[in-house]
Design a protein around this ligand. Structure first.
Ligand code: NAD
Ligand code: LMR
Length: 355
């Protein structure tokens, strides 16, 4: 999407601005900080489909009652290494941050923590929560089910979430190794962002409402469906429903409303968070050196013609993050325009941007 990202905003100013918007919508400062953190860090890592572009939808959900601005998140069941939380319809970044923290606390004593959440909401980019485990020398995992925008393998209409999963493990030279992926070929947010920026998409991303391949991103909202990442992506999405939906007592498949359309309804999806304490298995420094050794072995693979290097999952995002921390976060003019309108409505001062 780089050619349409025309503006740059300082990362910490964008964080403060985003926090103010959510405080303006009724969240307390801690929760507003958690939501802002998840959105701005996504932009910082280059995942613009799950960054501040989502603010207008989330604010709409708070104002129309789909999400709860003042949640009381409760532990429903608990054992030494596990917990089940009632998310009380909080914005997903609030419940997911809370759940990941409890998972890490449990991993500190039990070696592993597995925390599940029901009665929840859209959590955005899963990497954000998996990455919370890095400073603790733990491996982090986050997985959510969601709105069924994808067709099952062999289907012609949408009927299952693209249920993304993220794994993060600490390394040294190239930053943490982070696999954060939708189980569709591309996230729905990328299709919607392409539509917003008047761009075409590859023909293997979606089918239109007649089940035909298309490069027009507007066909998704007009009754189309995301394509699964093969039958294996579909199979993993089924396990996303089982672990994040069935196991947590949450809604599954078409019981989950389209959160960005039906903003007055609660989403009621679920998610799971895992933390694995590395020192329960191996010394953390030895682990990181071994991860680097593994990376080197992969990077030494002879390249296909036309390819420049072998990357580790999350490596490009790490480089983008280092760059954007100094140069500012790139945002498209259309996304920024929406935020300025919202800031105006809420009487919030917006940071200045650079070209
Ligand atoms: N909350 C939700 O309901 C929801 C649903 C779907 C997706 N999402 C989020 O959408 C975001 C985008 O998902 P996506 O599947 O479109 O991501 P993507 O296809 O851009 O990237 C998927 C993974 O592939 C890795 N990767 C990319 N190029 C690589 C290369 N050349 N070598 C090695 N690894 C490489 C990336 O580091 C990333 O970990 C994610 O943050 C995901 O969590 C959220
Ligand atoms: O946006 C959604 O509904 C789900 C997810 O964030 C996606 O991008 O596919």
């Amino acid at each position: 999407m780089s050619e349409v990202e025309q503006l740059r905003v300082d990362a910490s100013e964008l964080q403060q601005f985003t926090e103010s918007i959510f405080v303006g919508a009724g969240l307390n400062a801690v929760h507003a900080g958690q939501v802002a953190d998840s959105l701005v860090k996504s932009d910082l890592r280059g995942t613009h489909s799950h960054g501040v572009v989502r603010i207008p939808f989330l604010i709409d959900r708070l104002f129309k009652g789909g999400a709860n601005a003042d949640p009381q998140i409760k532990i429903l069941r608990e054992a030494p290494a596990t917990a089940l939380l009632d998310g009380d319809r909080a914005l997903g970044a609030v419940t997911a941050t809370h759940a990941m923290r409890i998972a890490m606390e449990k991993a500190q004593t039990a070696g592993v923590g597995f925390v599940a959440v029901n009665n929840s909401d859209f959590i955005g980019a899963c990497a954000h929560y998996a990455l919370m485990a890095m400073p603790k020398n733990m491996i982090g995992i986050a997985w959510t089910n969601g709105y069924p925008g994808m067709t099952p393998w062999g289907g012609s209409v949408n009927n299952i979430g693209n249920n993304p999963i993220a794994f993060a493990a600490p390394g040294l030279a190239q930053g943490p190794v982070v696999l954060d992926m939708a189980l569709s070929v591309a996230a729905g947010g990328k299709v919607r962002l392409a539509a917003k920026n008047n761009r075409r998409i590859p023909t293997d991303w979606i089918i239109d409402r007649h089940g035909q391949p298309t490069d027009n991103p507007a066909d998704l909202a007009a009754g189309g469906a995301l394509l699964p990442l093969g039958y294996k992506g579909y199979g993993l999405a089924v396990f996303g429903e089982i672990l994040c939906g069935v196991l947590t007592g949450s809604r599954i498949l078409s019981e989950i409303p389209a959160w960005f359309v039906d903003t007055q309804r609660d989403i009621g999806n679920g998610h799971i968070h895992m933390a694995i304490d590395i020192s329960s298995f191996i010394e953390p420094e030895a682990f990181k050196h071994r991860v680097d050794e593994m990376a080197m072995m992969l990077k030494n693979t002879p390249l296909l013609t036309g390819m420049h290097e072998i990357l580790l999952p999350g490596e490009r995002a790490w480089r983008v993050q280092q760059e954007q921390l100094s140069t500012g976060i790139r945002l498209s003019a259309s996304v920024w325009k929406d935020l300025l309108e919202l800031a105006d409505r809420l009487n919030i001062f917006a940071p200045t941007t650079q070209q």
